[in-house]
Design a protein around this ligand. Structure first.
Ligand code: 3PG
Length: 215
C-alpha cells in the first residue's frame, strides 16, 4: 500500500463514508470492508462513537486506513490526533482547521463547492479536495466547469454527497477525480442490523466498478 493515505485513496478510487453508532461494531465494519477490497473508511464525527472507533481501529487494525470525516472544528482535529486518524476530510474549507491539521501532520482534504472555496483551498496549498454536496451541486458537469480554471494546478477531487454505485462511474471516468465517497456502502442500519456480509458485497461491487471504469 502507498505510504501516503491520500494516495491510497486515489489508488482505490472509493471512500466509504461511515456514521457508526456503536463502537462494538468497529472491528466487524473494518473487517467487512477490507474483505470487500476496501481497507479504508472515513469515520465521520457525526456520531458520539467516532473517536472511540478510530482509537479501536488504530489499536486493533493498524493496517486498516481509518480516517476522519465531518471535521468541522478544532476539537475534531484534536480528536483525530488523540485517536490516530490517518487522514481527515471536511465538507467545507476553514483555514484554521486546515492549519491545525497541517500542524499535526494530518493528511487533509478540505471540502469545496464553488470557485471561491477552491481559490481559498488551493491558495492554502491543497491539491486534493472533497466536492460536496456533489449531486445537488450539479454533478460531474458542474465540477468540470468549476475546476477548469484550476486544472493547471493539478487539483483532484473526491465527490461526495449523492454518489452511488450507479453514478460513481460518471465521476471516475474524469481524470480530475481522485475517488468517490459515499454512505451507500455501509449504512448505520446495516451495522445496527448486523448486515456485515452485505457491506462486504457492496464494497466489492464498488471496488470492481472503480477498476472497470479506470481500466
Ligand atoms: C458526506 O458526508 O460525505 C455525505 O453526507 C455523504 O453523502 P451520501 O449519504 O449521499 O453518500
Amino acid at each position: 500500500m502507498a505510504a501516503n493515505p491520500l494516495e491510497t485513496i486515489e489508488k482505490i478510487g472509493v471512500v466509504p463514508v461511515i456514521a457508526i453508532e456503536n463502537p462494538a461494531h468497529a472491528l466487524a465494519l473494518a473487517d467487512a470492508l477490507a474483505e470487500g477490497g476496501l481497507p479504508i473508511a472515513e469515520i465521520t464525527f457525526r456520531t458520539k462513537a467516532a473517536a472511540e472507533v478510530l482509537a479501536i481501529l488504530k489499536d486493533k487494525r493498524p493496517d486498516f486506513l481509518a480516517g476522519a470525516g465531518t471535521v468541522l472544528d478544532l476539537e475534531s482535529v484534536r480528536a483525530c490526533k488523540d485517536n490516530g486518524a490517518k487522514f481527515a476530510l471536511s465538507p467545507g474549507f476553514d483555514p484554521q482547521i486546515t492549519a491545525a491539521a497541517r500542524d499535526i501532520g494530518l493528511p487533509f482534504a478540505p471540502g469545496i463547492m464553488t470557485p471561491t472555496d477552491l481559490t481559498l483551498a488551493t491558495r492554502a496549498g491543497f491539491r486534493l479536495c472533497k466536492f460536496f454536496p456533489a449531486g445537488i451541486a450539479g454533478g460531474p458537469k458542474a465540477l468540470e466547469g468549476i475546476a477548469a480554471p484550476f486544472n493547471h494546478l493539478g487539483v483532484h477531487f473526491i465527490p461526495t454527497g449523492g454518489v452511488s454505485l450507479e453514478t460513481m462511474g460518471d465521476w471516475l471516468k474524469h481524470r480530475f477525480i481522485a475517488a468517490v465517497g459515499g454512505t451507500w456502502i455501509a449504512r448505520p442500519e446495516d451495522m445496527r442490523e448486523g448486515k456485515f456480509a452485505e457491506i462486504t458485497a457492496k464494497a466489492k461491487a464498488a471496488v470492481e466498478r472503480a477498476r472497470a471504469i479506470r481500466a
